[in-house]
Design a protein around this ligand. Structure first.
Ligand SMILES: Cc1cc2nc3c(=O)[nH]c(=O)nc-3n(C[C@H](O)[C@H](O)[C@H](O)COP(=O)(O)OP(=O)(O)OC[C@H]3O[C@@H](n4cnc5c(N)ncnc54)[C@H](O)[C@@H]3O)c2cc1C
Length: 412
């Protein structure tokens, strides 16, 4: 059968796009160099974080960064070997945090999140995935009244955009939702419309299985380059090539390596993140918990607990520094006093991140046949189903459900 669309990348974004294109009647083939959910989509915290509408590039954030950077194992680190390489991206990040740009980015993120929540419901219903969702909400924890007050503008932003939440102002109120936390957490925000999958890897494998069952093809094969033609796009392998009328690049943190081969230079970087997954019985975690000041989270994965997050701007090639995962686990001993830290598995993943905190979803300026869907940073799982619907409209040539102009690859 002739392939209508090739998707490069079998992470949550690529597989979701492939499924959506198949649903729209296209014959779709996916190529991934390592197989399904091999990278960031495998080990993330598993959250569908629809209330997270504020970009990372907030006004004033760079004033806080030096304090974080003083601690090499703190919430943000830049290994010295990568400091010069990341400088142009940081400059763009700073530009995105200016108040005028920030407002536009919030508006774009809000519209994408609204689409994503509805699209995820459609994806769950279409694929029979309800049993893989934990719809328990999220607790965002603060350690003092002052820290809580400093976060109120973010909660006010959510209120303005119709996001439901409750603010809790005592350890007792917090304990009603999540018992067993240290009393150092005096305040919290509870967002009910926040879901977690039981396991992000299993979620993508589930979607991939549905895609295959409906006739989709997933091949393990690295793509080395793209080549444009008048009627479509060629995908070049070490040996041989394949072509299709449309090609979707959804190769996560490596996507810019491919776009560069047709002359599209996109300032994609990676924010590396670390975690440790503890087996069932480690702690009775009732919902996703965010330790605000420390930049990491605890979530329930396969009945166990996954503890991690943080940002390391260290590029794609430096070896992982698993001391970062250990540091987060050690801190959590104080936050969850009954935590059993035995038997954990460490992981590092590459978030695909653009300097303005929103993804690239759009056609290449070089060809209407080449479509980009990458750079979702901290929110790729959350935004996968919505991105897939936008990709579907771009391939169809129909009107997308929300304007895609804010996500254009030409914005940099
Ligand atoms: C610690 C951590 C916690 C996170 N928690 C959350 C969370 O709770 N919620 C959330 O929404 N997001 C979270 N994220 C972010 C999320 O994991 C990513 O945004 C998302 O997985 C990106 O998906 P993707 O499909 O774009 O990329 P990936 O999952 O990285 O997939 C890209 C795929 O492309 C393939 N590929 C690359 N180059 C080539 C090539 N040349 N040829 C063929 N194949 C290629 C790779 O093998 C890979 O399989 C977290 C990330 C980290 C690191």
């Amino acid at each position: 059968m002739k392939t209508d669309v090739i998707v490069i990348g079998a992470g949550v974004v690529g597989i979701s796009a492939a499924l959506e294109l198949q649903r729209r009647g296209y014959a779709v083939q996916v190529f991934d160099r390592s197989g399904v959910a091999a990278e960031a989509s495998a080990g993330n915290a598993g959250a569908f974080a629809f209330p997270e509408v504020e970009p990372l590039a907030t006004p004033g954030i760079l004033k806080k960064a030096p304090k974080w950077l003083l601690d090499p194992l703190g919430p943000l680190s830049i290994p010295p070997a990568y400091a010069l390489r990341i400088a142009p991206w940081m400059w763009r990040f700073w530009r995105a945090s200016r108040p005028s740009r920030y407002q536009a980015l919030v508006a774009a993120q809000v519209s994408l999140m609204q689409l994503c929540q509805a699209a995820t419901e459609r994806q769950i219903a279409d694929t029979g995935g309800a049993a893989m969702m934990q719809r328990d909400g999220q607790l965002q924890l603060y350690e003092s009244a002052a820290e809580f007050r400093a976060a109120l503008p973010t909660w006010e932003l959510r209120r303005r955009h119709g996001i439901a939440f409750d603010l809790l102002e005592s350890p007792e109120a917090i304990a009603e939702i999540q018992p067993g936390l240290s009393p150092r957490f005096t305040h919290a925000g509870f967002t009910p419309h926040w879901w977690n999958t039981v396991d992000p890897k299993r979620w993508v494998e589930h979607l991939a299985q549905v895609f295959r069952d409906r006739g989709g093809v997933i091949e393990t094969r690295p793509v080395r380059a793209l080549e444009l033609s008048d009627t479509g796009v060629w995908v070049r392998f070490d040996q041989g090539a394949a072509d299709a009328g449309k090609v979707v690049v959804a190769a996560g943190a490596w996507s810019h390596h491919l776009t560069r081969t047709v002359g599209d230079r996109i300032p994609l970087e990676t924010e590396r993140g670390y975690n440790t997954t503890l087996p069932p019985g480690a702690f009775d975690l009732r919902l996703h918990v965010t330790f605000s000041r420390h930049g990491f989270v605890a979530s329930r994965i396969n009945g166990g607990v996954r503890i991690g997050g943080a940002v390391e701007l260290g590029g794609l090639d430096l070896p992982p520094n698993y001391k970062r995962a250990e540091t987060l686990l050690n801190k959590t001993r104080q936050f969850l006093p009954g935590l059993n830290t035995q038997g954990g598995t460490q992981w590092m993943g590459f978030r695909p991140s653009l300097p303005d905190s929103i993804p690239v979803i759009g056609r290449s300026p070089k060809s209407p046949h080449l479509i980009f869907a990458f750079g979702h940073g901290h929110l790729g799982l959350t935004q996968s189903a919505g991105t897939a619907e936008l990709v579907g409209a771009l391939v169809d040539g129909t009107d997308p459900a929300i304007p895609v102009a804010p996500f254009t690859p030409t914005r940099f």
